[in-house]
Design a protein. Structure first.
Length: 139
């Protein structure tokens, strides 16, 4: 049942916001890949674009592997691209929240803002895998 709901929400998402947000990330990724030094930013943008086009049923988790380089990358990313992509999510969320059907979509937009602003040290995984990571381990 959860998969069916995710599918329906993803289809509605794709039609109402996914395609435009996806294009924003792809454009940011292409611009970042112009220079060799900024290719990691382009790859991060493409990774987020893949998540933004079909977000329901997947989650973003912290890998714990960001370190100092990831922190510096996140600051640079935020200044160059993160803030305007986050504004796109906020504006889209406001438009979606007008209808009852759009409220879960608006909430998904809001949940995307942290990874939009600080993508390094994050990973996109399935929701089931994310839940299993949160379960306490038996010892």
């Amino acid at each position: 049942m959860r998969t069916l709901i995710s599918l329906i929400l993803n289809i509605i998402w794709l039609l109402t916001a996914g395609w435009s947000l996806f294009l924003g990330y792809v454009v940011a990724g292409i611009l970042a890949c112009i220079f060799i030094v900024t290719i990691p930013f382009g790859l991060a943008s493409f990774r987020i674009a893949g998540f933004v086009i079909w977000p329901f049923g997947r989650e973003v988790v912290d890998t714990g592997r960001g370190g100092a380089v990831g922190a510096i990358g996140n600051v640079i990313w935020f200044v160059i691209a993160g803030w305007w992509l986050a504004i796109g999510h906020v504006l889209t969320a406001l438009a979606q929240a007008i209808t009852i059907i759009g409220i879960p979509l608006a909430w998904a937009n809001v949940k995307l803002i942290p990874v939009t602003c600080f993508p390094f040290g994050k990973e996109v995984i399935g929701s089931d895998a994310a839940r299993s990571r949160m379960l306490p381990t038996a010892r």
